[in-house]
Design a protein around this ligand. Structure first.
Ligand code: KIV
Ligand code: ZN
Length: 516
């Protein structure tokens, strides 16, 4: 018997982007949107269009670039939100509006200050409004995981009558347990008389580390859509991880009665792209996409795998995109080969000038590094994009003297608002000296929350990719820098973060929005 299709709804660019510091530019969203399309994600939630003009433009750009997957924008249950969402997704051949309102007693009383009847009325109105723009309307009952079951059934029934084609159950605060969510969804589906007129969906947060388990339990109870993100990115502890849920469904096809349409070969490249765009490294022991996910250290395991792979492996690394196209280009590769590799990676450059610039960067790197991998190209593209952004601070030159037993000294030539400025400082280590020198000029009053270095590829000539997280007055940004010299990469990452934190804020967090 044919299995039911499980719809994969990716919200990396909306809920994932709500992770502190994970904001994405319009062009980055287009790149991620194309990568998700290659993965054959069914629905791509590209953002929260009404949050700011920047968010609107980003959703619109994704809607213009993606033709196969459905493109969706989030909208509160407000006319204005829905109108703006409709406008933003208009260019996409397949469009969805995702409208939400909270249904838990705590949210209705303290956040919305609304009576339950008013919430139902507002939900119905929003769904009807959204249906004026598209036949594909999703309704979410925010904090469903802590809502009263009878009330939830009433809201969903009304939303379906009003035209909702998907009803989503968000465990907004990650409070549910797998057996509980399974019982809840099962009961909900029996209580809603018109449940067969809509697809039921689940949206889990990972506060208790149960998002994937909860999502699978909800599917067992009848949900046919899972909302998830690449690398499990998302608010606080994150969302259901796309790669984990997809591989669980596929690997345990013997006991799971649904299937997804995901092209799993593109999982690892998509994971890398999201990691490098957001500056959120993937932990080595992360299932499926972590560097150690398929590595066998113990002699017993290695021996077993060599004799018969299935002794210790339940999935094949190459199936999810590990080790494919590892080495792509080198010093002697020409412009045409470089351009075609960019196309294969879904990197779209604005014009010939941008391509020439990218190729010059590639040649420069190839002079320093023997083999150029996909990850190197992605890092080059990030650098190009970062440098194209409006920047108050830029690095012209850097000299660091470092000798065992002697405090390192950093001497930098910076450009600050277009002016050349020299900076010098001593530090506890070379990176500390560089950061002190930069701060002697910038005086940003920000706190360094995270400094991490990752080797982009293997080998001692690998580029180091540095992430710097700064916080200032509650605002958090991530800066990125890559170079074969990790001190240079560190300086670039710090300056990138400084440029971001000094920019006026033009984005708004959906759940921080006033009103509904
Ligand atoms: O977690 C949540 O409740 C959400 C909704 C807006 C779907 O992200
Ligand atoms: Zn969420």
């Amino acid at each position: 018997m044919a299995k039911d299709r499980l719809i994969i709804f990716d919200t990396t660019m909306r809920d994932g982007e709500q992770s502190p510091g994970a904001s994405m530019t319009r062009d980055e969203k287009v790149r991620i949107g194309k990568a998700l399309e290659r993965l054959k994600v069914d629905v791509i939630e590209a953002g929260f269009a009404v949050a700011s003009p920047g968010d609107f433009e980003a959703v619109k750009a994704v809607a213009s670039a993606v033709t196969e997957s459905t493109v969706c924008s989030l909208a509160r249950a407000l006319d204005k939100d829905i109108e703006v969402a409709a406008d933003a997704i208009a260019p996409a051949p397949r469009r969805r509006i995702h409208t939400f309102i909270a249904t838990s007693p705590i949210h209705m009383q303290h956040k919305l200050k609304m009576q339950p009847d008013q919430v139902v009325e507002q939900a119905v109105r929003a769904v009807k409004k959204a249906r004026q723009y598209t036949d594909d309307v999703e309704f979410s009952a925010e904090d469903a995981g802590r809502s009263d079951l009878d009330f939830l059934a009433r809201v969903f029934e009304a939303a379906i009558d009003a035209g909702a084609t998907t009803c989503n159950f968000p465990d907004t605060v990650g409070y549910n347990l797998p057996f509980q969510i399974e019982d809840t969804i099962r009961e909900l589906l029996t209580k809603i008389p018109n449940a067969d007129k809509a697809i039921f969906s689940v949206h889990c947060h990972n506060d208790l580390g149960l998002a994937v388990a909860n999502s699978l339990a909800a599917v067992r109870a009848g949900c046919r859509q899972i909302e998830c993100t690449i690398n499990g990115l998302g608010e606080r502890a994150g969302n259901t991880s796309l790669e984990e849920v997809v591989m669980a469904v596929r690997t345990r096809a013997d006991i799971v009665d649904v299937e997804t349409g995901i092209d799993i070969q593109h999982i690892v490249p998509a994971s890398r792209l999201v990691s490098s765009v957001t500056g959120f490294p993937v932990q080595p022991n992360k299932a499926i996409v972590g560097a150690n996910a398929f590595a066998h250290e113990s002699g017993i395991h290695q021996d077993g795998v060599l004799k018969h792979r299935e002794t210790y492996e339940i999935m094949r690394a190459e199936d999810v995109g590990w080790n494919t196209n590892r080495m792509v280009l080198g010093k002697h590769s020409g412009r045409a080969a470089f351009k075609s590799r960019l196309e294969e990676l879904g990197i779209v450059l604005a014009d010939d000038d941008a391509l020439n610039d990218a190729f010059a960067r590639f040649k420069d790197l190839a002079d320093r590094k023997h083999e150029i991998f996909d990850e190197d190209i992605q890092a080059l593209m990030n650098a190009q994009q970062i440098e194209a952004e409006e920047a108050r601070f830029a690095l012209d030159d850097l000299i660091v003297t470092s000798q065992m037993g002697v405090a390192p000294v950093a001497k930098l030539k910076l450009r600050v608002d277009g002016r050349a400025v020299d900076a010098e400082a001593q530090g506890d280590g070379p990176v500390d000296a560089v950061y002190k020198a930069i701060e002697s000029v910038a005086d940003s009053q920000s706190d360094l929350k995270l400094y991490s270095v990752n080797a982009i590829t293997t080998g001692t000539d690998s580029q180091g990719e540095v992430t710097v997280r700064l916080e200032k007055s509650g605002r958090i940004v991530n800066g990125l820098g890559a170079d074969t010299d990790i001190v240079v990469a560190s300086a670039k990452a710090y300056l990138h973060a400084l440029n971001l934190i000094m920019r006026p804020l033009d984005r708004q967090h959906p759940q921080k929005s006033e009103g509904i």
